[in-house]
Design a protein around this ligand. Structure first.
Ligand SMILES: [Zn+2]
Length: 882
């Protein structure tokens, strides 16, 4: 490749990164962002000055910086001003003639982002205030400042920001200096960081509301007190439950110090809740950013509070796993994410009073893993990540949820003491540096005395879950079977499992109750384990729950008797650990057409009220709606809608007035009513309802429920655009603006739909203003609420546009656009399950895949996964009950 072509290459390969790390060692960056004009929306860029100091091994050699900025005005290498045309491309800056010690200074302009990547700018519709925040992982720091964008080139970062003197200006380190540089304008400098990777640097600017507190410190680790701050937009100030957020933060800090025995290394602990955020949160040392949906503006269930605390703890885990010890390259992303997911749930369960952390891990987080692990695109937990594009795709259900599930199994397998000792040694040895899988396994081998290489090969280097099942002998004893084929290689992988197996039998009031439990080990390489001490009373109704307490990662298949029992009788299980395993398995069976969707919907209608765990109850109701709309044959939907709709209306009366579960039932009803004419009366009734109604006592119709119901009625054409306009005008907040978008797109007006479909497809609105990440998703979600044939009719246009969407937009915007517009609901063709691969939609997709074999791997992956989803739904719809 010529110089210029290379300088336009936004891909960064692992080989290039390794070569660069061989050549240079970075001492420090000094970055200055000038955001004084950020409030002027006509300005699309801001000035940045970046100075890097680094050493090079070979004098006279060259290296490069990564930069996706708007323009570069000056490149100064060791005092020489270089010719911009020669050294600056659209993605890289060439740094030639290296000396042993180098100082490089770049003057440039970077762009404000609307995709949530880089430095995002948001205008609050309530008060017109401008808010900025950054999001960099895995490789978007280069959208803000020129750098060497790879995790193993850690450096000390000194940052300064210029902005309005009334604003919060914050970065990783605490503020150390503030000077007035013009009227109403200040320059703020922040304390230099410990060595960190570029993806962990961060900037926050805007008139954020601030809450302050302290954590007192931790005696045995000699950890000093930490200043805590919370930031949120001014217009959300009344909704910030700072006391609860600080309480979880403090409990977490104490708990992690006890677990890891190493003081928090990053000075202050800020947590900022920011708008239009692409993820749940990001673990920037000293300044964690969160999706502001975690500031609850409508009534939130206890499950939502648990979910938020889990995210707080996930990010806190990263202060050690990820920030202190960082993966060398993105292959080992799971080395931080799996641990953060695992410890995130564990910290909530152990250190807070919130319920349901492990239950939602079992039936919600792991469901993500089981789905991802069933796709043709699945991969081993330890992935082969050749470049940044592949790295982005790896933030998936395998890296996070399956990784965490496997860590949970490992924790159970080697025991708490050995596991925590390994963590502590790992931090001591690799702190402020990078590590690879073998480094963690090495410390674990020392502390546990077990052979971790064999364990790692079986669990981390293979794909697909095992299926575990149980059989009963004539004497009532139980045998557990493992059936596992690697999805990619087709080979049998018999992994070691340590798990609980329980027997539930009917009690006097016809509930299934635990009658015995056994701790079982299936050794590596074995397909069965006989459990001599577990006996099933053959003459009674019973359920064998394999993987009670969810200690291992595996799908669970029920024998016929157990399946019959769990779909007919409530399970009495105060901790809901068996219930979580059971319902998670039933949902997998629906997706895989092993259980008719109708049976699942009926079981939920019958047993939903018996699910006491709030998050599981909500999730199972959502799954019932999904089973009905996407997996049940069209011919059964009317009847099932009546059954489920009646059950949900009954639940509003039967469940405690004003309770979380009543609210979940109302949400499910609103979703069931989308595009379902027979439920228009119920939706209208609820929307007009008040808390004193006998049919929904205590149910508060706040903004969230109101807009869910408005969307349902809009999708049925039971209200018009003018009504939606009025509703928005009455409470015009940022969140309601997105809800309004969804409701408008749900209206059946075909001309309007076509217009909005094109907006999403083109990524700009009618006035040519780019749509933000959140706006794209909100509009697409509305289009998908009803009239599935509409989305299907546009599919050819979407297919033909895929490549240009992918090439013209950021990865995140393109992904949202394509997923949002992909038509997911289709009628099966005649001929049963085997004939569905010939469905016209799949034929179309296959033709595209055949034609565009060289398309970006990440784009092909999205198309392949949506194909798999559509095929699964078609097969489920066309499977006749056995
Ligand atoms: Zn994480």
């Amino acid at each position: 490749m010529s110089n210029t072509a290379l300088l336009d290459d936004a891909r960064l390969t692992r080989d290039e990164a390794y070569a660069r790390a061989e050549l240079v060692e970075i001492a420090s960056y000094h970055i200055e962002l000038d955001l004084r004009d950020a409030m002027d929306l006509n300005q699309s860029t801001y000035p940045v000055t970046t100075t890097l100091r680094f050493t090079a091994d070979t004098e006279g050699s060259a290296t490069f910086l990564n930069y996706l900025g708007d323009s570069v005005t000056s490149v100064n290498v060791n005092g020489d001003i270089l010719d911009i045309d020669e050294v600056v491309g659209s993605a890289r800056i060439l740094v030639p003639n290296l000396q042993q010690e180098n100082v490089v200074t770049i003057e440039s302009h970077s762009q404000y982002s609307h995709s949530g990547e880089g430095l995002h700018r948001f205008v609050d519709p309530v008060d017109g205030q401008v808010y900025l925040y950054s999001q960099f992982e895995p490789a978007d720091a280069r959208r803000v400042y020129p750098n060497m964008e790879q995790p193993d080139l850690k450096a000390v970062f000194r940052t300064t920001m210029i902005g309005p003197d009334t604003w919060v200006l914050a970065s990783n380190g605490e503020e150390i200096e503030r000077t007035q540089v013009a009227d109403n304008t200040v320059r703020v400098s922040f304390a230099p960081t410990q060595p960190i990777s570029t993806y962990l640097t961060t900037f926050l600017a805007g008139p954020y509301a601030t809450f302050e507190e302290t954590w007192a410190g931790h005696e045995s680790t000699c950890a000093e007190a930490i200043e805590l701050r919370i930031f949120a937009r001014q217009s959300l100030i009344d909704h910030v439950d700072a006391e609860e957020l600080f309480d979880h933060t403090r409990r977490g800090l104490t708990w992690f110090h006890e677990q890891f025995q190493l003081p928090y290394p990053w000075g202050k602990y800020d947590q900022a809740f920011v708008p239009e955020y692409n993820l749940g949160a990001m673990e920037n040392p000293g300044l964690v950013t969160f999706n502001e949906a975690y500031i609850f503006t409508s009534r939130a269930t206890i499950a939502q509070h648990t979910g938020r605390a889990t995210t707080i703890m996930h990010e806190m885990t990263h202060m050690w796993f990820g920030n202190l010890v960082t993966m060398k390259w993105w292959d080992d992303l799971w080395l931080k994410e799996a641990f953060a997911d695992f410890f995130g749930s564990k910290a909530v369960a152990d250190a807070t009073e919130l319920p349901g952390a492990w239950q939602s891990f079992a039936h919600q987080r792991k469901a993500w893993a089981y789905v991802q692990d069933s796709y043709p695109t699945t991969h081993p937990i330890v992935a082969d990540i050749v470049d940044l594009e592949a790295a982005r795709q790896n933030f998936d259900g395998i890296t996070y949820a399956k990784g965490a599930a496997v860590i949970k199994q490992l924790f159970h397998y080697v025991g708490e003491d050995a596991f925590l000792e390994a963590c502590r040694n790992y931090f001591q040895r690799f702190g402020y540096s990078t590590a690879q899988l073998r480094d963690f396994l090495g410390t674990l081998e020392e502390s546990s005395g077990s052979d971790m290489q064999a364990w790692s090969r079986a669990w981390l280097q293979t794909s697909g879950p095992a299926t575990l099942s149980a059989t009963v002998s004539t004497d009532g004893t139980v045998t557990v079977h493992q059936d596992a084929t690697d999805r990619l290689t087709g080979q049998t992988v018999l992994r070691p499992h340590k798990l609980y197996v329980s027997v539930f039998t009917l009690n006097a009031v016809n509930e299934l109750e635990n009658s015995s439990r056994s701790d079982v080990i299936i050794p590596a390489g074995k397909s069965t384990a006989h459990i001599a001490d577990l006996r099933v009373p053959l003459e009674q109704t019973y359920v064998i729950v394999v993987n009670d307490h969810d200690q291992t990662y595996a799908q669970v298949a029920f024998d016929e008797s157990s399946l019959d029992a769990v779909t007919n009788y409530p399970i009495r299980d105060p901790e809901s650990t068996a219930v979580a395993t059971v319902w998670s398995s039933l949902w997998t069976m629906v997706r895989q057409a092993e259980m008719p969707a109708a049976d699942f919907v009926r079981a939920v209608a019958k047993l939903g009220d018996s699910l006491v765990d709030v998050s599981m109850h909500a999730r199972v109701l959502e799954q019932a709606v999904m089973a009905l709309k996407a997996y049940a044959p069209a011919s059964q939907r009317k009847r099932l809608t009546k059954e489920l709709g009646t059950a949900l209306m009954d639940a509003l009366v039967v469940l405690e007035a004003g309770s979380d579960r009543q609210r979940s039932a109302a949400r499910a009803l609103a979703q069931l009513a989308e595009g379902t004419d027979s439920l228009a009366a119920e939706a209208t009734f609820l929307l007009a309802g008040d808390e004193s109604s006998e049919l929904s006592p205590g149910l508060q119709i706040d903004d969230e429920l109101k807009w869910l119901l408005l969307t349902s009625l809009a999708s049925l054409g039971r209200l018009d655009l003018a009504r939606l306009d009025d509703e928005l005008a009455a409470a015009h907040t940022a969140t309601n603006e997105l809800r309004y978008r969804t409701a408008v797109a749900a209206l059946p007006d075909l001309a309007l739909r076509a217009e909005l479909w094109l907006e999403v497809f083109n990524g700009v609105d009618a006035r040519d203003t780019p749509l933000s990440n959140a706006q794209i998703t909100a509009t697409a979600r509305g289009l998908a609420t009803s009239k599935p044939e509409f989305m299907a009719e546009q599919f050819q246009t979407l297919l033909e546009g895929l490549i240009s969407i992918w090439e013209s937009r950021s990865n995140n915007l393109a992904t949202r656009t394509i997923n949002g517009l992909f038509p997911m609901t289709h009628k099966p063709v005649k001929g049963g399950p085997a004939a569905q691969v010939k469905h016209p939609i799949l034929v179309n997709i296959d033709a595209w895949l055949a034609q565009y074999q060289d398309a970006a791997g990440a784009l092909r992956r999205i198309v392949i996964e949506r194909r798999a989803d559509i095929l699964a739904r078609l097969i489920a719809q066309s499977t006749k009950k056995k």
